[in-house]
Design a protein. Sequence first.
Length: 202
Amino acid sequence: MSVECASARFRAAREERQNFQIPHRGVAELARTGGRTFRGSFRLPGSVGYAVFAVEDAGGTRVDASGEAWELLVHSADGRPAAEALEQRRADASERNEQVAAETTRELARLYPERPWSGVQLLWLEQGETNRAGADSVRRAHLPRVRAMHERLPAARAPSAEHMVGLLRYAGAVEDTAIERDLRGRLLGGHPARPRGGEQAG
């Protein structure tokens, strides 16, 4: 196969479109450097969090995407893949490779345990992998995580609405109604006292 260019499907850090709505576009011409090795370069748009690549001939009639395994994740200053990049990898893979999507969900929860949405997605994944009795065990296993997130909320000023809504969804998923009530009050502008531990469902 005579490879002459590279193309990519770029997903913005907060991309909401499905894969079929995001066309591959040419990003670089590739030059043979010897044997079966080619080289090219391009500048990654600043808005991109995740990308999947393919290589193709000049006419685009022959394409090699390597099972869409050629990918790029934007990283944070601390060396971790950015949370938004992992979110986009999970969304992208959910349409083409369930195993990669599941692995990414677990990686998100491991690398960003403070993010409520990471916990929600992990809970849904784990419950989907077991039966009804097992799902209840999963719920109980996530309760300490939800309560720890709730305890870390600043008393005077709420964090972002996205964080609060994510934690509200997480509390609902683990059936902690007392935390749900508190979070709804915070989202409506009040800051009621946190419920006592004995009031929480478990």
